[in-house]
Design a protein around this ligand. Structure first.
Ligand SMILES: Nc1ncnc2c1ncn2[C@@H]1O[C@H](COP(=O)(O)OP(=O)(O)O)[C@@H](O)[C@H]1O
Ligand SMILES: [Mg+2]
Length: 225
């Protein structure tokens, strides 16, 4: 349902050229939980951003749900991403002046949904934060803020949840709790693509892709797809 075919990405600034991705191909099926690993600078974020339509590839194809994405213009991309892809970032990116509930509501508002309160409360409850709905991000711990960000990702029922080092800012215990939450979402049928350095991901993920210097140097498929 998501296919990356021979994707390369070259950044050029002045005379300097950086090959961030070098002929990467990847297939992600519905229900997969794919972990992207590899050293800093190996191209992980670039790959996720190309999957998410936040960046354009230099060459190759990105096919989402049978539709080519790599040759779409900005407007078309935005409307496709809105319904299908949701992001969770290392730094949460919550809006500090809004409550947890209001942060979770925001994507629904952008989608033109008016009465999203119940749905937003439901997903907050799902991530274990029902009691914190009226708190602002500054009043929540890092782990709790990330739960709000995950609830915000879930609220639109996306096809894919894309997470860029979601436990990168956390101590080990909190990181494990967040991984457990992703594990639960995976078991419930969500499709997740996550960048992580956490070796414990190997127990949770259905597939692991290891990048180095912009190339996939190792793949592990636990489901044989
Ligand atoms: N906007 C950019 N302009 C120039 N080079 C970039 C840009 N974004 C990333 N890069 C380079 O591309 C390579 C891969 O970066 P990135 O995908 O962020 O790696 P990772 O997420 O694995 O740490 C790095 O060498 C990085 O410096
Ligand atoms: Mg990165």
């Amino acid at each position: 349902m998501l296919e990356i075919k021979n994707v390369s990405k070259i950044y050029s600034s002045g005379l300097a050229k950086v090959i961030a991705l070098d002929d990467v191909s990847l297939r992600v099926n519905k229900g997969d939980f794919i972990a992207i690993m590899g050293p800093s600078g190996s191209g992980k974020t670039t790959l996720l951003n190309i999957i998410g339509g936040l960046e354009q590839s230099s060459s190759g194809e990105v096919i989402l749900d049978g539709q080519r994405m790599d040759n779409l213009d900005e407007n078309a991309l935005v409307s496709i991403r809105r319904g299908k892809l949701a992001y969770v970032f290392q730094a949460y990116h919550l809006i500090p002046s809004l409550t947890a509930l209001e942060n979770v509501l925001l994507p629904l508002t952008f989608c033109g949904v008016r009465d999203g309160d119940e749905k937003a409360s439901d997903v907050l409850e799902k991530v274990g934060l029902k009691e914190r709905a009226q708190h602002k991000p500054g009043e929540l711990s890092g782990g709790e803020q990330q739960r709000v960000a995950i609830a915000r990702a879930l609220v639109t029922d996306p096809l894919f949840i894309l997470a860029d080092e979601p436990t990168g800012n956390m101590d080990q215990k909190t990181g494990r709790e967040i991984l457990d939450l992703f594990d639960t979402l995976h078991k419930e049928g969500h499709t997740i693509i996550m960048i992580t350095h956490n070796p414990e991901i190997a127990e949770h993920a259905s597939g692991i892709v290891v990048l180095q210097d912009g190339q996939i140097v190792n793949r592990l498929n636990k489901k044989g797809n």
